[in-house]
Ligand binder design. Structure first.
Ligand code: FPP
Length: 239
């Protein structure tokens, strides 16, 4: 039975969940915090090694200044408020994303959480904040180009494996299971490089309604998927 080592989640639908209840969008993000903690505990229980979550994308800067300010403040507070609990669960926090534009206070909390949980080894929580897949690949290409200019790398040595070493978290395995809540069916620029053979799962539940049981249902469906990674076997009917 296939195990999902790395699960990635686009936690979508917070705003619509809140508006459907007559609440401002920010209340959906608040409800999303509980869903996140419940899903982290479920992922640990299920033996997931890496859980990547899309907290804020490089495209989310297009939102209203009010919602951006809320998400920045809230990310900073969630990381600080939850880091002790995460450490007690053995969760090592790592951050994937870009520094430019991201609030200094958020970067400080992310880096503090990384240090605080550095020796945890039950599960890795890859917190993707000010993250965009194309930006990550462009940032990696830029760093690689600098190494070529320095003479550390020759152009003919560039392979997918080498370029992969320049991504934000090069030691994480590729994504096995990619979940998006909230009913939309797109990747929205999340972990493009890391998901070449990820199994995609789109669920209608908005993120605040998603929980560890929903995760378990996704993992069960994943176990039934046949993964060929580009390979093929002949299966002629009747033979
Ligand atoms: C997408 O829903 C969600 C986000 C952009 C933010 C993710 C934040 C959380 C899950 C809250 C937990 C807190 C942190 C900091 C991890 P949306 O706003 O795009 O919803 P919509 O599609 O209904 O508009």
């Amino acid at each position: 039975m296939a195990e999902a080592r790395h699960v990635a989640i686009v936690m979508d639908g917070n705003g619509r969940w809140a508006n459907a209840r007559g609440l401002p969008r920010t209340e959906g993000h608040r409800a999303g915090e509980d869903a996140l903690m419940d899903v982290i505990s479920g992922a640990i229980e299920a033996g997931v090694e890496v859980l990547s979550v899309y907290a804020f994308s490089t495209e989310n800067w297009r939102r209203s200044p009010r919602e951006i300010a809320f998400l920045m403040n809230y990310s900073r507070d969630v990381i600080r408020r939850r880091r002790e609990e995460l450490r007690s669960w053995g969760v090592k926090v790592v951050w994937s994303g870009r520094q430019p534009r991201l609030w200094r206070s958020v970067i400080n909390e992310l880096q503090a959480a990384e240090r605080y949980t550095a020796d945890c080894d039950t599960m890795i929580l890859n917190f993707c904040c000010n993250y965009g897949g194309r930006n990550e690949i462009a940032d990696a290409a830029m760093e690689l180009a600098y190494d070529v200019r320095r003479g550390v790398v020759e152009p003919h040595q560039v392979t997918p494996e080498l370029l992969g070493r320049y991504m934000y978290q090069p030691d994480l395995p590729d994504v096995d299971l990619f979940i998006r809540t909230g009913g939309e069916q797109r990747t929205s620029n999340f972990l493009l490089w890391e998901s070449p053979y990820a199994e995609m799962m789109f669920v209608d539940e908005p993120w605040p309604d998603f929980d560890q049981h929903s995760l378990r249902a996704c993992l069960d469906r994943f176990a039934g998927r046949e993964r060929r990674f580009g390979g093929a076997v002949d299966a002629v009917a009747g033979e």
